[in-house]
Design a protein around this ligand. Sequence first.
Ligand code: HEC
Ligand code: HEC
Ligand code: HEC
Ligand code: HEC
Ligand code: HEC
Length: 196
Amino acid sequence: MSRPSMSVRILILVGGMAAAGSLAFALSNARRGYEPRQPILFKHSRMAGPPVMVKNDKGEMVNAGGFNIPCLYCHTMPYKGRHSTVPSTAVCMNCHSTVGLNREWVLKMKDYWERGEPIPWVKVHDLPDFVYYDHSAHLNAKNEKGEPKVACKDCHGEVEKMDVVRVQNAFNMQWCLDCHRKKEMAAPTDCVACHR
Ligand code: HEC
Ligand code: HEC
Ligand code: HEC
Ligand code: HEC
Ligand code: HEC
């Protein structure tokens, strides 16, 4: 049998590399670092971060930092339901019907509101559907001293310092298990806990 032609050999090689690459990706499948561009430049650092008072050119004290709005003001569900929620524009309008009306992105947000369209926020964290994950089970879990076992930052990092939300951990199976296996977590490691 004659040897495959050069072009066929190259095709096989490229195909093999692609298959090996996708396998490696499926196994590691790290989501860390994913930071999609959002339709509105909404800064957690400005809304949820701590205030930083500075003097402006007129000598007045102004807040160049954040407004310390609690996570749960906007993400209302994590202690009650499987999913946390991204707030509807109505929540933003509680303040922005009167505040920040000289800011470009606040005006763009108001355009959505006036057209009656939801803001098409891009999901940052998104596990495959065959994985069962429940926020409330995590956030309500207490150790024997009655303290919460986990907080938002253990999984999402310091969101209040971010201008754009970025995935801070691998969010793959290994990452879930690494925490579940810690003695103090006493969390399930059997397959059906997460694949039901
Ligand atoms: C003023 C309302 C508001 C506050 C306060 C707020 N967030 Fe958000 N959050 C949003 C909006 C709007 C989005 C969607 C846009 C984006 O991803 O930046 C979002 C997105 C997120 C996401 C990514 C969601 C996804 O798609 O995976 C996480 C995680 C998050 N917030 C955590 C927090 C934490 C932790 C705090 C408190 C430190 C907090 N947020 C405070 C409004 C808020
Ligand atoms: C509790 C009140 C409050 C809520 C709720 C709120 N904001 Fe704000 N926001 C503020 C204040 C105060 C400022 C600062 C305005 C200024 O600098 O003139 C601001 C500023 C902003 C800015 C401009 C930031 C900059 O530095 O240019 C954007 C964009 C913004 N908010 C978007 C949102 C969105 C989107 C939501 C809903 C998810 C939201 N805000 C909810 C109070 C709020
Ligand atoms: C044990 C880890 C963990 C903790 C603690 C945690 N989250 Fe999450 N969060 C996740 C995972 C995993 C997802 C992706 C869920 C999915 O895609 O089904 C997620 C998704 C989100 C989303 C996107 C909407 C959704 O539910 O898919 C928001 C918003 C969010 N988290 C906010 C918060 C806030 C606010 C807190 C603290 C009150 C918090 N999270 C605590 C792991 C965590
Ligand atoms: C930072 C630690 C931590 C991480 C990361 C983590 N978990 Fe958990 N998980 C816990 C704790 C703590 C509990 C509750 C244990 C208990 O019952 O007190 C728990 C419980 C669970 C349960 C059982 C809750 C129920 O409703 O039956 C499931 C399912 C689960 N986790 C899935 C996941 C998945 C999927 C991931 C990864 C995407 C993940 N967890 C990441 C700490 C973590
Ligand atoms: C604590 C939660 C958790 C437990 C326990 C768990 N898994 Fe997973 N598993 C996940 C998550 C999260 C993913 C999604 C990984 C991704 O997309 O990066 C996953 C993905 C998978 C996949 C698909 C792999 C891929 O790359 O697409 C298989 C197969 C799987 N798990 C089998 C198992 C088996 C078998 C067990 C028991 C030995 C188990 N899992 C236990 C959370 C868990």
